[in-house]
Design a protein around this ligand. Structure first.
Ligand code: PEP
Length: 251
């Protein structure tokens, strides 16, 4: 998308212990350089590693974020983490509505929207994930699902600065399967039109990431698709070599 800085984001999911901090450190070093002026890089480790990761990367352009937040600021919500707590650890981004949250924890569009609002209130960038299941794609319902999820999960007043959309076909996550470039182009063009219709100029500039089995070998092709403004990477973001190779697809 013209005049948009792409974002390459990594989602570690429930992976990573203190041993993995050397990967974060290597990524922090690896993204130093001229490319960092043109492409943003973000890693979302498990929240146990959040604070130490931001400290490790304070002299690096590598951004650090979290994978989910609660919709409230604080209170009696055992096991949950608020957007304020993420910001307090110097996290800058939070993923909301990942398909694994939607499936494992029943996060609905309405809840995802409230979480994104909580992220904005804490001055975090919300990465709002949407995407169709295999059955929905086979049933020809992909665009309809994306329309409903975008309308339901993205808060009113979202801007290009505080919101990123991640299109992740559920059937492509962790499976090694990816849609064709033509299918990615169709989905992203549709989302762009929806965002423009709702948010005007902000929607024209809002980043739309592709996620689902992005690897060093397919990153260049996927990132070259029109209206693809970066990637959300799961498995291939765990190792610095793979993550940096995907980031460098923009070289
Ligand atoms: C993800 O979890 O956001 C993801 C895209 O996973 P993977 O890259 O492993 O398919």
């Amino acid at each position: 998308t013209p005049d948009v800085t792409p974002l390459v984001a990594g989602n570690w999911k429930m992976n990573g212990t203190r041993d993995s901090l050397n990967e974060i450190k290597a990524m922090g070093e690896g993204v130093k350089g001229p490319l960092s002026e043109k492409v943003e890089a973000l890693i979302c480790p498990p929240v146990t590693l959040l604070y130490v990761s931001t400290a490790l990367c304070d002299d690096s352009p590598l951004l650090i974020g979290a994978q989910d937040c609660h919709e409230k600021v604080s209170g009696a919500h055992t096991g949950d983490v608020s957007a304020e707590m993420i910001a307090d650890c110097f996290g800058t981004h939070v993923i909301v509505g990942h398909s694994e949250r939607r499936t494992d924890h029943g996060d609905t569009d309405q809840l995802v929207r409230t979480k994104a609002e909580a992220a904005h209130a804490a001055e975090l960038v919300a990465i709002v994930c949407i995407g169709e299941t295999e059955a929905e794609r086979k049933g020809g319902r992909t665009l309809e699902v994306l329309k409903t999820q975008l309308a339901g999960s993205v808060p009113d007043g979202a801007t290009a600065a505080d919101t990123v959309i991640a299109y992740e076909p559920v059937w492509a996550i962790g499976t090694g399967l990816t849609p064709t470039s033509a299918d990615v182009a169709e989905a992203h063009a549709f989302m762009r039109a929806e965002l423009k219709a709702r948010f005007g100029g902000e929607g024209a500039k809002m980043r739309i990431l592709y996620g689902g089995s992005v690897k060093p070998a397919n990153a260049k092709e996927l990132m070259a698709v029109e209206n693809v403004d970066g990637a959300l990477v799961g498995g291939a973001s765990l190792k610095s070599g793979d993550f940096l190779a995907i980031y460098r697809a923009y070289e």
